[in-house]
Design a protein around this ligand. Structure first.
Ligand SMILES: [Zn+2]
Length: 393
């Protein structure tokens, strides 16, 4: 290899890392004496991308040169744990506490969000964590000051499938709340911890899109729901809407001649909660609806399974809109739908989560392949549903 310009060094490091060829990577980093500053910089960037193996190798080489830094300690403690080197794990941990304490609160938060959290998924996947989660928490607990007081990283129960939802990252909501996000490996459902900040977010209300866009969106929704009701439901029956628009959609549907009631989603969520706590009511006493529509609200539901059961005890289908979680899962700040500035969105579904919600209740999940979803116990052809959605678009 020619004499390395800084550009060549980084280009080569990231290219070899991306190839996942550790033999070539090692040969390159050990082959000549690269600048310590370049190696530190590459290690920091690799950690931020969650590329722990390459960062760990650079960390060990830098340690031999007598270097010490918080980024190195993270690379060594995390890498040592994942790749089964207890000595390196201990070396990293030995310096971490003092190094974290020496940082300002803002910088601690930055280090945690940009370097530690991207490694959490690798940590959970490691056999060391599977045998002894306490070792992972030992690393994470050094950052107790940047998560909420008393927060302890233990997994939660998935609200979609009942499986184990592991801690994944923290989002910085509304500029001041630190919210933990949990991801379930069994159904890909991602959700925040119980939304203690939600009352404030909900009080702000929805940010309305510009009126022209909103009118267009409404007329499309009205036309689509009208088509569904006329073709697949009893057009004379009563329907329920719980969209996040204070009842405006229900009103436009009534104006178009449909029987429609409105009830706020929060009221429904409280009722669903009470119903689960009480013994189940006899189905004879329940109010009945044809279809339930829930626009811009499903992502704000903390207990989607409970809510779905409540609504489906009263209707044969729930229609809602929501973009599905992209694969790979975006980091906080990489997906506008996380709504970090508003803090309203707390539930994120992947295709697998939708299938799981449906299967557990013997429902059919119909989708236009984008944002529009119908969970129903009626037998409706996916082609018919998609055809209607296409026609409206
Ligand atoms: Zn799950």
């Amino acid at each position: 290899m020619e004499e390395n310009e800084p550009y060549d060094f980084f280009e080569t490091i990231f290219r070899l890392d991306a190839c996942d060829d550790m033999h070539e990577f090692l040969e390159f980093v050990q082959g000549r004496r690269h600048s310590t500053a370049d190696m530190l910089s590459a290690m920091t960037q690799l950690l931020g991308r969650g590329r722990i193996r390459s960062a760990y190798i650079l960390g060990m080489l830098l340690e031999k040169r007598g270097q010490r830094s918080i980024v190195m300690s993270i690379a060594l403690s995390v890498g040592g744990l994942i790749f089964g080197n207890a000595i390196e794990e201990g070396n990293g941990l030995a310096s971490l506490e003092a190094q974290v304490q020496a940082l300002s609160h803002e910088r601690q938060m930055e280090v945690y969000d940009q370097m530690v959290a991207p490694l959490v998924s690798h940590l959970w996947a490691s056999s060391a964590a599977k045998q002894d989660a306490e070792r992972v928490w030992t690393i994470l607990r050094h950052f107790q000051d940047v998560v909420t007081e008393g927060f302890d990283w233990t997994p939660q129960v998935c609200k979609v499938c009942g499986g184990k939802a592991d801690y994944w990252f923290h989002g910085h909501l509304r500029g001041r709340y630190r919210a933990a996000y949990y991801w379930c490996a069994q159904c890909d459902y991602l959700s925040t911890e119980a939304p203690y900040w939600w009352e404030e977010s909900a009080a702000m209300g929805e940010v309305d899109p510009p009126p022209a866009q909103m009118r267009q969106q409404w007329s499309k929704r009205r036309a689509f729901v009208g088509l569904l009701l006329q073709n697949l439901w009893d057009v004379h029956g009563e329907n329920l809407d719980c969209s996040a628009d204070g009842g405006r959609f229900a009103r436009t549907m009534r104006e178009a001649g449909f029987r429609y009631r409105y009830q706020g989603a929060q009221t429904l969520a409280r009722a669903a909660d009470r119903e689960v706590k009480r013994s189940r009511r006899s189905s004879k006493t329940l109010e009945r609806y044809e279809l339930v529509t829930a626009f811009d609200v499903w992502q704000q539901c903390a207990e989607p399974g409970k809510m779905l059961d409540y609504l489906l005890a009263r209707s044969d289908g729930v229609l809602f809109n929501m973009p599905l979680l992209p694969d790979p899962m975006p980091k906080p700040g990489e997906w506008a739908f996380y709504d970090l500035s508003g803090g309203r969105n707390i539930s994120f579904f992947a295709p697998r989560s939708m299938r799981r919600l449906a299967e557990r209740r013997q429902l059919q999940w119909l989708s236009n392949g984008e944002e529009l979803h119908l969970l129903t116990r009626r037998e409706i052809s996916g082609e018919v549903f998609e055809g209607m959605a296409r026609w409206i678009r």
